[in-house]
Design a protein around this ligand. Structure first.
Ligand code: HEC
Length: 137
């Protein structure tokens, strides 16, 4: 094999490797589809600072086991799940509106528990949505 060809092949191998690596990283955040009735749901408690402690308390009680104390997805139960709980502190989470966060937080699907009855109060649910929003790196 001539020397030139070897160099070309080596470069091709390196770039394919580099491409697959960036792809894996890009897959960290995948925006999920949310039914339109949730997308259009208005948050009646938007920006209500007085609900902060209620949000924190509910998050610690119901969510930390999987999502971790800071929401980074490292709760004690996280490794036993089939799907990753994701990282709620990612800037990309801002792509969701409050109604979408509501859906993703409380409507159970697969590994995601259903909290519609476990957190019966709507005010408490929106307090949790506001709290999830406040989680940042
Ligand atoms: C038993 C583990 C578990 C508990 C407890 C749990 N979740 Fe999750 N959650 C998950 C999993 C797993 C996913 C990812 C599901 C998927 O990819 O379809 C998820 C996804 C989410 C998402 C979407 C994240 C994203 O990147 O798309 C939000 C928001 C969320 N959960 C909020 C909450 C809130 C708020 C609570 C508490 C009221 C909670 N979760 C409790 C397991 C859990």
């Amino acid at each position: 094999m001539n020397k030139h060809l070897k160099v070309v092949i080596a470069m091709a191998v390196v770039s394919v490797f580099a491409m697959s690596f960036t792809q894996i990283q890009a897959q960290d955040f995948v925006k999920k589809d949310v039914p339109s009735e949730f997308k259009s749901k208005e948050n009646p408690h938007k920006g209500d600072e007085s609900l902060k402690m209620i949000g924190l308390r509910n998050f610690n009680r119901h969510c930390v086991a999987c999502h971790g104390k800071k929401g980074e997805g490292d709760g004690v139960m996280a490794k036993n799940l089939k799907t990753s709980p994701g990282d709620l502190t990612l800037a990309e989470m801002d792509q969701y509106n409050d109604g979408e966060i509501y859906y993703l937080s409380f409507i159970g699907i697969a590994d995601r528990p259903d909290f519609m009855k476990l957190i019966p109060s709507e005010e408490d649910k929106w307090a949790v949505v506001n709290y999830v929003r406040s989680l940042k790196k």
